[in-house]
Write a protein that binds this ligand. Structure first.
Ligand code: M6P
Ligand code: ZN
Length: 206
């Protein structure tokens, strides 16, 4: 029995309900939308020449993140909807930058539109899970994660994560995330650095 807490730090956000618009890829109320165009994604795709050419030509939007106004702070549980457009750079499918959490917190994704793939890497092992509306993807503590649109429509998902998690982009930028996802005749291929297919995750292993 601990009783109620009156710490000011626990009083940053009052109770509220948010509304998810899966088709529009939004949550309301919302903080300013974060957009990532080709020009913002220097070094992300293997074919940097194709990325730079695309940025100079039409600078397409690759993905955007609409978040509720909950701060990324300890004890809070922020959530957001990310929408990745269909497309590719030199055959490599549109994806998020991807990140590792600064503190090893887990995260939950719920697919809302289209089809995607959640790619995960823990520094040694690489795995991925197929995402679609109503599929819940689990990111275990310590696993880097990146999302990829493997379909012809926008791929959207709701993400829920501990506010203290933080976003480390440097580790993936320097060491990669174990695989790249490319267009293939059968749809898509998940290939490691040697060009070998990476098998999908086979379910929970508690
Ligand atoms: C999800 C969450 C966010 C993340 C966003 C975009 O909504 O995981 O925390 O910021 O995807 O991914 P990234 O930060 O890797 O660009
Ligand atoms: Zn995360």
């Amino acid at each position: 029995m601990h009783g109620y807490r009156s710490d000011k730090i626990l009083d940053r956000v009052v109770p509220f309900a948010a509304r998810l618009d899966p088709v529009g890829g939004t949550v309301t109320p919302q903080a300013p939308t974060q957009q990532r165009h080709l020009a913002d994604l220097d070094g992300l795709f293997a074919d940097e020449t194709a990325r730079a050419a695309g940025a100079a030509a039409d600078n397409r939007l690759v993905y955007r993140v609409v978040a509720v106004p909950i701060p990324d702070e300890r004890y809070e549980v922020p959530f957001s909807v990310t929408t990745i457009e269909p497309g590719d750079v030199g055959g490599e499918l549109f994806m998020t930058k991807g990140h590792v959490h600064d503190t090893p917190e887990g995260e939950i994704y719920l697919g809302t539109t289209g089809t995607g793939l959640l790619l995960l890497h823990d520094g040694t092992r690489t795995s991925w899970v197929a995402m679609a509306p109503n599929v819940i993807g689990y990111i275990p503590p310590g696993w880097a994660h990146r999302s990829v649109n493997v379909g012809d429509e926008p791929y959207g998902f709701l993400a829920v994560y501990p506010g203290a998690a933080g976003h480390d982009y440097d580790t993936i930028a320097q060491e990669g995330i174990g695989a790249r996802v490319t267009k293939s005749p059968g749809g898509f291929a998940v290939l490691d650095a040697e060009g070998h297919p990476v098998p999908a995750g086979d379910g929970p292993r508690p």
